[in-house]
Design a protein around this ligand. Sequence first.
Ligand SMILES: *Cc1c(COP(=O)(O)O)cnc(C)c1O
Length: 380
Amino acid sequence: MKRNLLLTPGPTQVPPNLCAALGKPIIHHRTPQFQDNIKQVVEGLRQVYQTKNDIYILTSSGSGAMEASVVNLLSPKDTAIAVDGGKFGERWVELCQAYKANTIVHKVQWGKAPTADEIRKLLTAHPDTKAVFITLAETSTGVTPDVKAIGEVVKNSKAVLVVDAVSGLAVQEIKTDEWHCDVVVCASHKGLMLPPGLAFVSASPKAIELMNHSTTPKYYFDLKEYKKAIEKVDTPFTPAIGILIALVESLNMIKQDGLQNMFARYALLAQATRAGCRAIGLTLFPDESCATNVLTAVNVPAGIDGEKLTKTMRDTYGITFAGGQDKLKGKVIRMAHMGALDEYDILTGLACLEKVLHQMGHKFELGAALSAAQKVLNQK
Ligand SMILES: *Cc1c(COP(=O)(O)O)cnc(C)c1O
């Protein structure tokens, strides 16, 4: 039987105990039993988000939580700043435009991060801005900006800071309250190690104020309804019950592991992966200074077909990496360091990468990536 190792930045591996939790018979959601699960999920998520803010539970993919943020914070013609440095930043832009916001697009070269200074200048030029949309870990390029510094800038304006932490939450640090992140969105199928189905939106008092005044038409994603419901330990519609029940266990695993330990582990896996890639002549796609530990995006060597590389790894050997998106199609490969992955998963991924690159004629010493990665993993 072929393995199916997901080294992709979402969906991620679901560990066996969570698969078992997902297999439990369904219970009804309007019951005290289910309410107990909701309570634990909100409490657990607050710890991972590092927030005291409201957290709303949506049944959708991550993009649903992004859409919910846009339709609840903005009204048509409101000014919004959307940072576009990759596929997911571009999604903020498209969402703002779809709902007729006066969208100020801050284009950032792929592989580079937006700076707090750039945001400050934009806010000065557009003092009526209602919201600034950024991405914690831009999954298409492997970049993370200085969210703390951006938060310091946005806090002093009328605008709220909205952070897409779909791939970053529980993988790299985000201090929602301390960094003044008014809205943070996330989903179940990345760092939280579950299948897709649930998404989350946190909202600060400043964000709730905007929500109360938004005139954008909405129904399923009207967060005022989610707020009313969660105050009664409920959800407005039928939630993804099975995933929510399993999430209690996932959040317990995270609590036991310790957030800081997890961040350190993913950082080490990222460092080992990068050393391994470097040893066989692959270079990092983003600037080293703003590379996230959530995933590693490396350039495919000249003369190698990146799409064929990832396809062969997946279809012949059962190891799934992500390829490049959009203009990076065939040009980069992306390996995740998130969720239920350990050092042996990374080593397996690198071994397969070596094998297929070797088959495709890339010149390097077999074992070099593994050796370099092992040295990083065993440096202590
Ligand atoms: C995965 C991801 C999303 C959400 O994608 P969905 O397919 O809608 O779940 C949003 N932002 C980032 C940065 C992501 O990595």
